[in-house]
Design a protein around this ligand. Structure first.
Ligand code: ADP
Ligand code: MG
Length: 715
């Protein structure tokens, strides 16, 4: 009998050599192999007769090999084959397929799957181009397998699972079918199920062993549509399980943090008055609500772990500074971490403007600061002279020692996963500081649940008053002269403009693209000869960047030519025009972030998306979305759909769990349910959960967390 933990090499048909190949796919145990689900199912229960095919349909056909040959055309080798069922014949064509030359023999039985096309050569009514195929039977092969009859039944006359091949094609779909079928037959009857019975009951989950069987070998009558959409009872059971333990882990993490001693900040009239004093404007209702949520957390002697989501321009900065004032008034230090130096600089400037008049002491720490200055800053921080420390993530996390750190504010913008790696240098006997993470990319709720399920969230869902919608237009760059004329007019009316390029310099790879440096030279000597034009890009020294930003902020520069370095957080209220060149090159969230740089003042704002070059269908969708909506959540959803969760969040290292069966785009409802049930379990024993069940679920999770989700230890 095989157990879930058994090494796959002991499964019949595998052995040490194949086990090695499977290991490269992350499959080490029987359980791992059971999770290697088919990516597709083929209906070979009712394979189509050649006589009843119709052009345009996807069909599964079982037929004999009649004739075949490799033809070399000028452009590529083409492999053609005629297959037949009795008197009906069909042509199959594989392009660029010299590798098929020696694969077939006349008389073999094949299963074919592909799109049926009207035939146009050789007298066949229909052709199938590039069909997927499997050799079901080879009459010429020496048949060493006594079970051939039985295996045959796995290939036809049923819905057949199709697996991704492994080991450069050495482990074929067919190989997986046999091995996994054998494994299921040999699998012990008693496989543990760590999901508590009451949860199973509420969700209507089938048992685990049956789920494995049916996900690989669907029962007769199962709908092909449900199978392909992973919506059979078997799939639902396996997906829910994966999501349930993820949520359970996140919830445990959340509880673990909350079990530590944090700082309980005093919030009395004096502190409230201090917070009020710094406000340069009336906060919006959303800002008030969010500050209240934060302040309530801060007052608790439990470490705060809160995510503040708010679209660009929603006014997160002032909320963060209010929280900072609460901490400073309580005699604690605050760290504000930004993803880039420009942004750290900007936070520093606005924090000084708002906080220094009230006597708070602020220091800036950046990598490019001169050594002596850095050393003095460190000294002030360690001695407690500096109350608010602003710098980049890396800098503050790695090297800074605080005297009495009480609050950490992380301006993540759209970089994620900082929480997962979060560590600060602090003294061992200190209370755990509160942490507030701010993000500007609205995160679709499902993803927030997954990535930040261990955080509490606040949402700034209201823009400050007086904002007018930004007029967004899309134009081809053949009309650039009109655009430049428009920019000149806006500048004449007292406004400022950004012009953004995808790259800094023209390189060999990007030869077709207009680049920031070149266009800066060109524009300032031609179209904008009478204006003050500035240049900003990532390869400039920090001092030059700062100087440029400062003069743009002060209105000395009319038109700022730049790369996407301005994307994050830059705030110049008088800038009301944004021209994005090669807009077809930019990601959706990126363009939305860029556009968020304008529309911050009273003037009407304009965003011009200029395209130059080929615009793909996806790019077309992105541009349309930009023109149609300014709602960050809507844009994030579309972006997520276009790019998938991995790309959307950057990379795996950003803390995305690697799922085996779940898919965040497809399985949102199951994720919500999993979260609800996971929380329910940890509420403790109640009428329908026993203590044993709870500890079994938690135990199961401990054994699986690292490998299953690739996330950090729960502890
Ligand atoms: P983000 O959420 O993108 O960081 P900011 O905090 O930079 O947004 O705020 C955007 C702009 O709106 C800033 O110029 C800020 O001063 C202004 N602002 C924020 N809140 C208000 C408010 N309640 N009333 C008026 N202006 C506000
Ligand atoms: Mg900001």
């Amino acid at each position: 009998m095989l157990e879930l933990v058994t090494n796959v090499q002991y499964v019949k048909g595998i052995g040490p050599r194949f086990a090695q190949i499977l290991l490269e796919k992350g499959i080490a145990t029987v359980e791992d192999l059971l999770y290697y689900l088919p990516f597709r199912y083929e209906d070979r229960l009712n394979p189509r007769g050649i006589g009843e095919l119709r052009a345009g349909e996807m069909a599964s056909i079982i037929a004999d090999v009649r004739t075949f040959g490799l033809f070399r055309t000028r452009r590529m080798p083409i492999f053609e084959m005629t297959v037949g069922q009795g008197r009906d014949t069909l042509k199959c064509i594989w392009f660029n397929a010299a590798y098929l030359k020696d694969k077939f023999r006349a008389g073999m039985t094949l299963a074919l799957y592909g799109k049926v096309e009207a035939g146009d050569r050789g007298g066949h009514r229909f052709e199938v181009h590039q069909p997927q195929f499997e050799i079901l039977h080879d009459p010429t092969a020496a048949n060493g397998d006594g079970d051939e009859k039985k295996w045959q039944s796995l290939e036809v006359g049923r819905i057949v699972p199709i697996y991704e091949a492994a080991g450069n094609g050495r482990l074929t779909a067919r190989w997986f079918r046999r091995v996994i079928h054998g494994l299921l037959e040999a699998l012990t009857a008693d496989i543990p199920d760590a999901i508590p019975a009451a949860v199973r009951g509420r969700m209507g989950l089938i048992d685990r062993r049956r789920a494995f069987w049916q996900a690989h070998w669907p029962e007769v009558g199962e709908s092909l549509t449900n199978l392909q959409a992973a919506r059979t009872p078997a799939h639902i059971r396996l997906i829910f399980e994966e999501l349930f333990f993820l949520e359970l882990g996140l919830e445990l993490k959340r509880r673990k943090v909350r079990a530590q001693t944090g700082v309980g900040f005093q919030i009395n009239d004096r502190v409230r008055a201090a917070v009020k004093r710094i406000l340069p404007f009336h906060p919006t209702a959303a800002q008030k609500r969010v500050l209240k949520e934060i302040a309530e957390d801060m007052a608790e002697p439990v470490p705060m772990r809160r995510l503040l989501q708010g679209d660009v321009g929603s006014g997160k900065t002032i909320v963060a500074l209010e929280a900072a004032v609460i901490a400073m008034e309580n005699g604690y230090q605050v760290a504000l971490m930004a993803p880039t130096e420009i942004l750290a600089m900007q936070h520093y400037l606005s924090a000084r403007k708002i906080l220094e008049p009230e006597g708070y002491r602020i220091v800036l720490l950046t990598g490019s600061q001169e050594h002596g200055r850095k050393k003095r800053a460190h000294h002030h921080i360690a001695r407690g002279n500096a109350q608010l420390v602003i710098g980049t993530h890396a800098l503050i996390q790695d090297t800074v020692e605080f005297d009495k750190l009480g609050l950490v504010i992380v301006d993540e913008q759209h970089r994620f996963g900082v929480m997962q790696r979060f560590r600060l240098m602090k003294k061992a006997d200190e209370a755990e500081p509160d942490v507030l993470v701010m993000t500007a990319t609205p995160i679709p709720r499902t993803l927030a649940l997954t990535l930040y399920g261990d955080l509490d969230t606040s949402v700034l869902d209201e823009l400050p008053p007086g904002r007018r919608p930004i007029v967004t237009r899309r134009v081809g760059d053949e009309r650039s002269e009109e655009v430049w004329e428009f920019v000149r007019k806006q500048v004449a009316a007292g406004r400022q403009a950004y012009i953004v390029y995808p790259v800094i310099e023209e390189g060999a790879m990007e030869g077709e693209l207009k680049a920031a440096i070149k266009m800066f030279e060109q524009l300032r000597s031609t179209e904008f000869a009478s204006l003050h034009v500035g240049l900003l890009h990532g390869r400039m020294s920090a001092d030059d960047k700062d100087a440029t930003m400062a003069s743009f902020q002060q209105g000395e520069i009319d038109v700022l030519v730049s790369t996407t370095v301005i994307e994050v957080g830059v705030d110049v209220a008088n800038a009301s025009v944004m021209v994005i060149e090669h807009a077809e090159r930019f990601g959706l969230s990126q363009m939305h972030q860029l556009r968020g740089r304008i529309g911050r003042g009273a003037a009407k704002s304009y965003c011009v998306l200029m395209t130059g070059g080929k615009v793909s269908i996806e790019a077309e969708q992105r541009l349309k979305a930009m023109v149609d909506t300014q709602d960050g959540f809507e844009i994030a959803e579309l972006d997520l759909q276009q790019r998938g969760p991995g790309e959307f969040f950057g990379t795996r290292q950003a803390g995305m769990p690697n799922f085996r069966v779940a898919n965040l785009l497809r399985d949102r409802e199951l994720l919500e349910a999993a979260r609800r049930e996971a929380r329910n379990v940890l509420e403790g024993p109640n009428a329908d959960l026993t203590k044993e069940e709870i500890s079994r679920a938690v135990q199961h999770l401990r054994g699986h967390w690292n490998r299953r989700y690739g996330l950090v230890e729960v502890g």
